[in-house]
Design a protein. Structure first.
Lengths: 79, 146
């Protein structure tokens, strides 16, 4: 799966999230470009990222920063 | 070199991290290995492998679970508290605790690798203490920002 994420760094929250199948790569690139243009026109500095992972669960493990808040991330990891 | 694509691999421990890097070396001829475990960048520890595929550069970040947890926290703090944190700036106590946590995390992972059980217990207790203090400081810094 391909995930197009718009992330607001100040609030630490996802603003928008769109998913595409692995075969929709071109559509995902096009959607990212459109989103970046929209943000530019609105003068918004949100981070835009295109990520691919087997599942959303896998993405949450490798890129938890987008999904988890500071309290969750500052909790002691189990060692 | 400027990478144009990235990939992140999160593994259980230092042994698995070494294995992944070794496998990448055996598969790709033209690669650079940036080992940031002994010499971290503002506390950030990982192994980055830059490889070339079809003329394009790809950065593969290989992290252990604990290195990854630290990196995610540091990045999130940079997002919502102070962008300088990622580069060792910002609240002094917070930066110091992040650095200590990174060092203790590395110590812990080395004791696991060497199976030094005595040091493992000592390090884990110290790590929990520092992480508790870190959580308190994060709360303080966030409250101050509101």
């Amino acid at each position: 799966m391909i995930f197009l994420i718009e992330y607001d760094r100040d609030s630490g929250r996802i603003v928008t999230k769109k998913t595409f199948s692995d075969s929709e790569r071109e559509a995902a690139y096009e959607s990212r470009l459109q989103l970046e243009l929209d943000l530019k026109l609105k003068d918004l500095k949100n981070e835009v990222v295109l990520l691919q992972a087997a599942t959303e669960e896998a993405l949450r493990r490798t890129h938890g920063r987008y999904f988890k808040d500071l309290t969750e991330l500052s909790a002691a990891p189990a060692i | 070199m400027q990478d144009i694509a990235g990939c992140r691999i999160v593994v259980q421990d230092l042994v698995a991290q070494d294995e992944v890097v070794h496998k990448l070396k055996s598969v790709f001829d033209n690669l650079e290995v940036d080992d940031r475990r002994e010499r971290p960048s503002h506390g950030y520890r990982a192994v980055h492998v830059i490889l070339e595929k079809r003329g394009k550069l790809i950065e593969v970040q290989v992290r252990t679970k604990l290195q990854h947890a630290w990196a995610e926290l540091s990045q999130k703090l940079s997002d919502v508290v102070d962008g300088a944190i990622k580069y060792g700036g910002g609240d002094e106590e917070l930066v110091s605790l992040l650095s200590t946590t990174s060092n203790l995390t590395m110590d812990w992972e080395l004791t696991v690798k060497t199976r030094d059980h005595g040091k493992m217990l000592e390090t884990s207790q110290r790590l929990f203490e520092v992480q508790e203090r870190l959580a308190e400081v994060v709360r303080r810094v966030r409250e101050a920002k509101r």
